[in-house]
Design a protein around this ligand. Sequence first.
Ligand code: CP3
Length: 346
Amino acid sequence: MPAKSKLFLTALKGEPVVRPPFWLMRQAGRYLPEYRAVRATTRDFVSFCLDPEKACAVTLQPIERFGMDAAILFADILLVPHGLGQGVRFVEGEGPRLDPVTDLEGLKPLSFERFHERVGAVYETVRLLSRQLPGDVTLIGFAGAPWTVATYMVAGEGTSDQKPAKLWAYRDPVGFGQLIDLVTTATIDYLAAQIEAGAEVIQIFDTWAGSLADDELQRWVFAPIARIRTELKQRYPNVPVIGFAKGIGPMLAEFAPATGVEAVGLDPTVPLAFARDAVQPAAVVQGNLDPLLLVAGGAAMAARVETILSTLGPGRFVFNLGHGVVPETPPEHVAALSAQIRNWRA
Ligand code: CP3
């Protein structure tokens, strides 16, 4: 029997589709009671991500409930520093804590030597998923972009201004560049292993790209993503890559040409006309409903969804949020969103 066709893969190739495919960043998570039930069985979040049976189960939950066209591997961008030997833990109600790496001396203990051993459970999750997913659902693997991952590695926690990483980068770009190179190399191997295990599309999350401009944006955001894209393309020419560089405003027009990614994520602040006129000609675009409209729901959400669909839907487009689903989201609003997109026609 031929494999069922996959709407999401077709759209990412830029080919015509009957309606835009959709999935949601952070579609598996605390807004779902069935996620909280599985999550409650493991205290430590890193151990939870590294439990293939549980990670596979929670990845499938939103697909079973809402029928998204793609499933994103359940894991976290901070598993790359964990794989490099950095201490990573998650404090309940506060977020991630890492043993900070603030200079070249701090970089010395990190190494690629035991990387695959430390994160190998993720590849097992991907293998389980590729066997269990419905035939028309695409499996997305992912990693954080080197800049965003480095902001957590250097600060030792999430920051609103990325100050510690920026200060290191401004004061000692050569030393900071060694950190970026190490993370980039590890990320390429990590994503290659996900593809070998069955990931069909890759998304790269650069959540904090918007804290840089001009030369620094080129050097710490575009250049490492371009290296990842180039090296993956040499090994897996048919696996598309989606780049999500949050908050870079007009520079989003340069993102696909500068890096080679096939698709570009749009955060909620990107004007739709700009996305259509300046980004969509060079790439598939993906986005960009405000996650808080998914919390609000009702007519406000429906109106904005219609505007997004009618502006971007006639072109190369994947429906998504502009950032991740937040924990207070009512699951019924996700069901309403799913119905609206499924029934829409260009
Ligand atoms: O999208 C998905 O459904 C796949 C799984 C996924 C998670 N994190 C699970 C998660 C993905 C793709 C991520 C990416 C991620 N992780 C990013 C980039 C995207 C973004 O949201 O900006 C970042 C910056 C992180 C780092 C991270 N992980 C933080 C800052 C936190 C704490 C904040 C919070 O929401 O609690 C996490 C924890 C985390 N990662 C949770 C989930 C479902 C919540 C923890 C829990 O369930 O106990």
